[in-house]
Ligand binder design. Structure first.
Ligand SMILES: [Mg+2]
Length: 92
């Protein structure tokens, strides 16, 4: 995400408030979940999935700002991806 997009996310938190944006994050995650379920049931909804992924990414960015966990989250990401890579290699 670009710095200017991050700035937009920060402004959204300032404008709407922490509680509202946490609720919005939950709402967007559930919308993505719903589209994934529809796809699992056989619906062709790739565009909807793409849109909901974007919504969730915007809200995840806001959650990183709001909880001040960007660095911590990046460390978990690195740790979990390297653990996954090890598991994939072990399973070969
Ligand atoms: Mg949405």
């Amino acid at each position: 995400m670009t710095e200017s997009n991050r700035a937009v996310c920060k402004k959204a938190i300032q404008m709407y408030g922490k509680e509202s944006q946490i609720l919005m994050a939950m709402e967007e995650m559930s919308e993505l979940q719903k589209e994934l379920c529809k796809n699992y049931r056989g619906q062709e909804n790739r565009t909807c999935i793409a849109e909901e992924i974007a919504d969730v990414e915007i809200m995840l960015e806001q959650m990183k700002i709001l909880f001040a966990v960007r660095k911590q989250s990046e460390k978990f990401l690195e740790f979990k991806l390297s653990r996954l890579q090890e598991r994939l290699e072990a399973a070969k």
